[in-house]
Design a binder for this molecule. Sequence first.
Ligand code: SAM
Length: 218
Amino acid sequence: MQAEYFDGVDRTPEEIRAHYVALERMNRLTRFERPFRVWIPKFLGADACRRLRILDLGAGNGQLGRVLSEWAAEHGWEWEFTNLDLCPVAARLDPSERHVVGSVTALPFAEGEFDVVVATTMTHHLPGDAEVIAHFREAHRVSRRLVLLCDLHRNLIFQMILWCICLRDSRHFRADGVLSIRRGWRVPEWRDLASRAGLDSARVWLEHGTRVLLAVTK
Ligand SMILES: C[S@@+](CC[C@H](N)C(=O)[O-])C[C@H]1O[C@@H](n2cnc3c(N)ncnc32)[C@H](O)[C@@H]1O
């Protein structure tokens, strides 16, 4: 349950900025957008993908929305992202006009306001089960078609690989990388939390041994 350095309240804006820069590099390296490229069209079908309003929870500097909307445009699809994050510095780093500062546990949006609600490597930042359950419920409430959440799978081999990958990064980023896997999930844990959030139809599965995914269609 140890909090990550990244979540400390006493970090300077420069430190936060440097952290997001390192995260962008890691995201590119791990092709973090891949599950969304694969599963959104699979769950909704190509027709529904032509125009989507998507909410990204814990979006950081909005990298996922930028990468996915560019990829969608290559297919002739228009994917409009709204980014929400708790961190005001992330809002300043995000060039998008649609960036909201707020918490995933109490979303400032109406029921069904977005076609799709996504999140990546965010859920493990929440302090406990009550917050994760509130986050799952809220994601489901504001979605009209699909909730698709992705986070890290907790396992020792992945932890060791990540430590090696982060050798070039700062001491804090490397420590947070390893800690984020230790704060990660196993499939039965997300199934249990989804059921406690009332999402009994949620599908939860493991991908490539490194990512846990949760999907609910409406
Ligand atoms: C590891 S970063 C991931 C950022 C982005 N999803 C990405 O993959 O580049 C986790 C993000 O979750 C945000 N976060 C943590 N707790 C949050 C909460 N309760 N509500 C909204 N955002 C939160 C942090 O500010 C941070 O930007």
